[in-house]
Design a protein around this ligand. Structure first.
Ligand SMILES: C[S@@+](CC[C@H](N)C(=O)[O-])C[C@H]1O[C@@H](n2cnc3c(N)ncnc32)[C@H](O)[C@@H]1O
Length: 270
């Protein structure tokens, strides 16, 4: 039976990467092979066909780069805790579960209500309703065993700079010496949204302009890696179909690629 969705404006944007992953999984050579995304797009009553353009493939490549940040953490801390802040309908836990990791997926109420229709909590997997901008989720994380990896993909971009920076400072204080991955977009990217076919199909717009992720070190973070689609990890690029590799190379010096950064930070020792 098909499922009606009623999501807030920013929450609706989760359907873009979901559809990107479903389209990717339908290809002969898929990056993420996310069969669950196909199932979800076939169950959710929504006109996904209105989403077009390079951002669909881009969301898949972004997920693969963030996956590798998490994998690197899990290689060192297989029984650590991963927290995905603003998870949407991501299937990252299913992709990266090593049988030991503890995982928390957090998102706001309407998104989490939708997510709970398709995903279930288990011994090592917990869904939490909450906002990245609140502190309620902190205790759920500190109760979990082992070192923590924090991740927030395509979420902070939608909010005002002051709110993002205050939240990053709070997180850095609460979780010292902790890896934290999130994306930043420069002025070019923000100003070209109205020309982007996926944004023509939704009302939400990204707000936070961050031309240089290094400036976020003022929030108690240390920048470890900052990648664009043209600079994926070598182990990741091997999983990309040839046309993506060529496009990333060809467009690697153009503003749409150079102004969108997928960053890995570590919070200050405290
Ligand atoms: C573009 S989607 C990204 C979803 C997911 N990270 C992915 O890459 O598939 C933006 C997400 O931000 C979530 N979101 C909106 N406001 C939020 C908040 N205050 N705290 C946490 N997540 C939020 C939305 O519900 C949505 O899931």
């Amino acid at each position: 039976m098909s499922e009606q969705v009623s999501l807030g404006a920013i929450q609706e944007t989760l359907l873009i990467p979901l559809y990107g992953r479903a389209q990717d999984a339908r290809r002969g050579k898929s990056v993420l092979s996310d069969r669950k995304a196909i199932e979800l797009t076939e169950t959710i009553d929504y006109d996904f066909s209105k989403f077009r353009g390079p951002s669909l493939g881009g969301s898949v490549l972004r997920a693969s780069i963030f996956d590798e940040y998490v994998r690197e953490f899990l290689r060192e801390h297989p029984a650590g805790t991963v927290v995905d802040l603003g998870c949407g309908l991501s299937t990252r836990f299913d992709r990266l579960d090593n049988g030991l990791v503890h995982w928390i997926d957090l998102d706001v109420e309407d998104t989490m209500a939708l997510r709970r229709k398709y995903f279930e909590d288990s011994e090592r997997y917990t869904m939490i309703t909450g906002s990245i901008f609140d502190t309620d989720w902190f205790s759920a994380v500190t109760e979990r065993p082992g070192p923590v990896f924090l991740l927030s993909e395509a979420v902070l971009l939608y909010f005002p700079a002051e709110r993002v920076r205050a939240t990053l400072s709070r997180i850095a204080k609460q979780f010292p010496s902790t890896p934290l991955a999130f994306d930043t977009g420069g002025a070019f990217m923000m100003r070209s949204q109205d020309r982007n076919p996926v944004f023509k199909a939704v009302t939400a717009r990204m707000e936070w302009i961050c031309d240089d992720p290094k400036t976020l070190e003022q929030c108690g973070l240390r920048l470890r890696e900052s990648r664009t689609f043209a600079q994926p990890q070598p182990s990741v690029v091997r999983t990309w179909p040839l046309q993506y590799r060529l496009a990333a190379k060809l467009l690697g010096r153009t503003a749409p690629v150079t102004t969108y950064k997928l960053n890995l930070f570590t919070t200050s020792p405290g």
